[in-house]
Design a protein around this ligand. Structure first.
Ligand code: ZN
Length: 181
């Protein structure tokens, strides 16, 4: 079990586009395990590779602790590709392990279709809705170097700026390990 310090707003890797994975090697499997351990340790519902400093295109999601998702099994998505987003949008408050203490309303598609590789390199295509779709889109954004502040109006981002600066300067109190500045 390895808990990796989580990158936070201001860390360059969070702005980089993830690299596709050609082969799911043992090294990738270890990285995925570390991501799951790190996410669970921080009570997160999703974690993208660049949130623990990995450059590969992959993320993990576990909604087991969320109301209505009692039997949810952790999902690993490798080289994900969102194929479809519904016209129906939902606005809901989001947080992010790389933006500790910050919350903001984000508009996302209600239903999505996504294609990815599982850890056995099988191509999977699933439809997701509601909170599951939201978490997938949030993690997918990470793999494209995008974060919550990029999904809100400029006026809202302006209001978040003080909080963002505090996060970048590590002036926040949280109970999981983050990277050093
Ligand atoms: Zn996030």
């Amino acid at each position: 079990m390895a808990i990796i310090p989580i990158t936070v707003y201001g860390d360059k890797i969070l702005r980089q586009k993830a690299k596709p994975i050609n082969q799911v090697t043992d090294e990738i499997i270890v990285k995925i395990k570390n991501m799951l351990d790190t996410m669970h340790n921080a009570y997160g519902v999703g974690l993208a590779a660049n949130q623990v400093g990995y450059s590969e295109s992959m993320f993990v999601v576990d909604l087991n602790g969320v109301d209505g998702y009692k039997d949810f099994k952790p999902v690993v998505m490798i080289n994900p590709e969102v194929l479809l987003e519904s016209d129906e949008k939902v606005i809901y408050e989001e947080g992010c392990l790389s933006l500790p203490t910050l919350r903001a309303d984000v508009e996302r598609a209600e239903i999505i279709k996504i294609r990815f590789l599982d850890t056995d390199e099988n191509v999977k295509e699933i439809e997701a809705d509601d909170f599951f779709a939201r978490v997938i889109l949030h993690e997918y954004d990470h793999l494209n170097g995008k974060m919550i502040p990029d999904r809100v109006a400029a006026s809202v981002k302006k209001k978040l700026q003080t909080e963002l600066n505090k996060i970048t300067n590590r002036e926040v109190e949280i109970d999981y390990e983050i990277t050093e500045k």
